[in-house]
Ligand binder design. Structure first.
Ligand code: ACO
Length: 330
């Protein structure tokens, strides 16, 4: 089987930590509500770092752990919905910072599912390009760029962070499943800047009737996202496992998108997998969008929970709506 070998992991989270009690000083909320509805206790929030900088720090650690030099990397894929620039890509800025002079570099946007989309893209590049040896996959997000800190229903959920892995080709077990449902775009979105050219006759852009929120802050229909998410995690995991005839029970670890503990508990019940096999760090980080899976993975690899040879299922969902799972042997 053509698979990938994850040879290095790294992560970076801002030093500024904000507790639920801190959140209760800026919006009408409390630790009890946030903890019981989401499982989140703490989030790290950006305090001046650029998105690319956080990604570069995570990447430096992943490259060091892989024991390769930046010049060996042939491709950099950066998953972000909160890049610093419309252009260039975060991936190019990070490439320069790392000195990865032999890499092609580009960004992808699959929202919170971005890490699995990035990992699967890396695998497909490795499979079709014999000259490609190492791919660096990064997910870096500053959700606090577009979260409205006067809206208690969203601001308590999100945090900032970055994670990265270096992968190479291997004969190890591999499977993936990616799926998108654009009809759900309207339940989770944040608009970009309006066009400002001097010849315009309109001060607004007609986005269509689905996207009526006027400002550029994140809009979320929490209940619709919740419904999608609780189905997405089991659907994507099962679909990826079924493709290679793997029993879910044979997967050692699930690394899910860290959005909400209740979503993960519902998925675990549906999959009939004990919560002890799910890597959870959302209590300390909140939801860091596409960074959540590689950050959780790096923490679990670093503290020895996830060991070489074990089977790992990364599974996520996000705006788009998107979902996806990648199963690898670590
Ligand atoms: N503190 C206190 N009360 C609050 C807060 C808060 N932070 N937020 C909302 N409430 C109130 C609401 O106003 C509402 O009050 P009301 O009954 O007087 O109107 C009450 O709590 C219940 O609100 P619900 O929205 O019904 O709460 P629910 O139990 O559905 O939980 C939540 C809300 C946590 C957002 C849930 O819907 C959820 O987790 N959805 C999925 C969110 C998600 O995963 N998003 C990210 C996905 S993709 C990505 O990562 C970008």
């Amino acid at each position: 089987m053509f698979g990938i070998n994850i040879i290095g992991t790294g992560s970076y989270t801002p030093k500024l930590t904000v507790t639920n009690d801190d959140m209760s000083k800026i919006v009408d909320t409390n630790d009890e509500w946030i903890s019981t509805r989401t499982g989140i206790k703490l989030r790290c929030l950006n305090d001046g770092e650029a998105t690319w900088y956080m990604g570069a720090k995570a990447a430096e650690k992943a490259i060091a752990a892989a024991g390769i030099s930046p010049e060996d990397i042939g491709l950099i894929i950066d998953s972000t919905v909160t890049g610093d620039f419309y252009t260039p890509s975060c991936a190019c800025v990070i490439q320069d910072h790392l000195g990865a002079v032999n890499a092609a570099a580009f960004d992808i946007n699959a929202a919170c599912s971005g890490f699995v989309y990035g990992l699967d893209t890396a695998k497909r590049f490795l499979q079709t390009d014999d000259g490609l040896k190492y791919v660096l996959v990064i997910s870096n997000e500053i959700l606090s760029r577009f979260v409205d800190y006067t809206d208690r229903s969203t601001c308590v959920l999100f945090g900032d962070g970055a994670g990265a892995v270096v992968v190479e080709r291997s004969e190890k077990l591999y499977s993936s499943y990616l799926f998108s449902d654009g009809s759900g775009a309207k339940v989770l979105y944040a608009k970009k800047m309006f066009p400002q050219h001097p010849f315009r006759t309109s001060d607004a852009v007609d986005y269509g009737e689905d996207f009526t929120k006027e400002d550029q802050f994140l809009f979320q229909d929490g209940k619709e996202v919740y419904k999608f998410a609780t189905k997405a995690l089991p659907t994507a995991s099962k679909a990826a496992a079924d493709k290679i005839g793997l029993a879910l029970n044979d997967i050692d670890w699930f690394v899910p998108h860290q959005a909400n503990i209740r979503i993960i508990e519902t998925a675990a019940k549906n999959l009939d997998i004990p919560m002890s096999r799910f890597i959870i760090n959302l209590d300390k980080h909140g939801n860091t969008s596409s960074a959540s899976m590689p950050v959780a993975f790096d923490e679990a690899v670093s503290d020895g929970r996830i060991k070489k040879g074990q089977k790992v299922c990364f599974v996520g969902f996000g705006a788009g709506l998107t979902m996806g799972a990648v199963i690898v042997e670590y």
